[in-house]
Design a protein around this ligand. Structure first.
Ligand code: GLY
Length: 257
């Protein structure tokens, strides 16, 4: 069974980290309604959902994808690139401990889970403003014995690798080629975002479906033309916090340890 972990939006989300977007007012109540819509969608797609309580003083804590990388065998506790986000790791570690053996990235490494795109036994890892070479080396050492291959990819113009490219099918990726070199993904089938929707490359694959933001209608049409089952959700408020759909959920096979 698939397990999904989310976290309620912090009341301090308006003080979130921002790198590539300008600060705009965030309507907290609207953001929370949209987040509940995402949670309903995860349940409708068959996930057993754990919705963790708000971390009132950690503005970005809703973005549970970044402090940890969950694989089939282990969970790697990241050391988020933004120091304000490092305290987010502790309670997520508690939530994951029943499911996975925990390991950690340590200084001088910094890693955000949003920079790790897993396809089967390959981990594409974005070198970004948040994720550095030391962390990529550590991650490689941790996962090589488990027979994962790590492929390093440079990300420019956006926050995370998964702002630029995400999985939308077994061997299919949705990509904005302006933010990541598609060369690393040459063996995969690539669907490009509509040029008018550069932020549309972030989709969350759950089973045979994809959760996708309502506002990117042109890119959604491209996905549907490829016979991809798309569940749309409103996600405009957390987009102002520079968060996408994948950022808001950890989804993994739930076998307990
Ligand atoms: N606001 C999301 C991040 O910068 O990590």
């Amino acid at each position: 069974m698939l397990k999904a972990i989310t976290r309620q939006i912090s009341r301090s989300v308006t003080k979130c980290e921002l790198t590539h977007v300008s600060r705009e007012p965030i309507d907290l109540e609207r953001a929370r309604r949209q987040h509940r819509e995402l949670e309903r969608c995860l349940v409708d797609l068959g996930c057993d959902l754990t919705s963790l309580p708000e971390e009132p003083d950690l503005p970005d804590a809703v973005f549970v994808e970044d402090p940890v990388v969950v694989l089939d065998e282990i969970a790697v506790l990241a050391l988020p690139g933004a120091p304000s986000r490092r305290p987010e790791v502790t309670s997520l570690a508690d939530a994951l401990a029943p499911f996975r053996e925990l390991t950690s990235i340590t200084e001088p490494g910094t890693l955000d889970g949003g920079d790790v795109l897993r396809l089967g036994r390959t981990l594409f890892v974005g070198r970004s403003t948040r994720t550095n070479d030391a962390a990529i080396d550590q991650l490689t050492s941790l996962v090589s014995p488990l027979e994962y291959t790590v492929v390093q990819v440079t990300v420019t113009g956006c926050l995370h690798l998964k702002s630029a490219v995400t999985q939308v099918g077994e061997e299919t990726l949705l990509i904005n080629r302006k933010w990541v070199d598609p060369g690393a993904f040459a063996k995969l089938h690539l669907i490009e975002v509509d040029p008018a929707e550069p932020r549309a490359a972030n989709a969350l694959c759950v089973g045979d479906s994809v959760i996708f933001p309502k506002r990117f209608e042109r890119t959604r049409e491209r996905l549907e033309k490829h016979n991809i089952d798309v569940c749309t959700v409103a996600a405009s408020e957390l987009a102002k916090a520079e968060g996408g759909i994948t950022c808001c959920a950890l989804v993994f096979e739930s076998q307990a340890r």
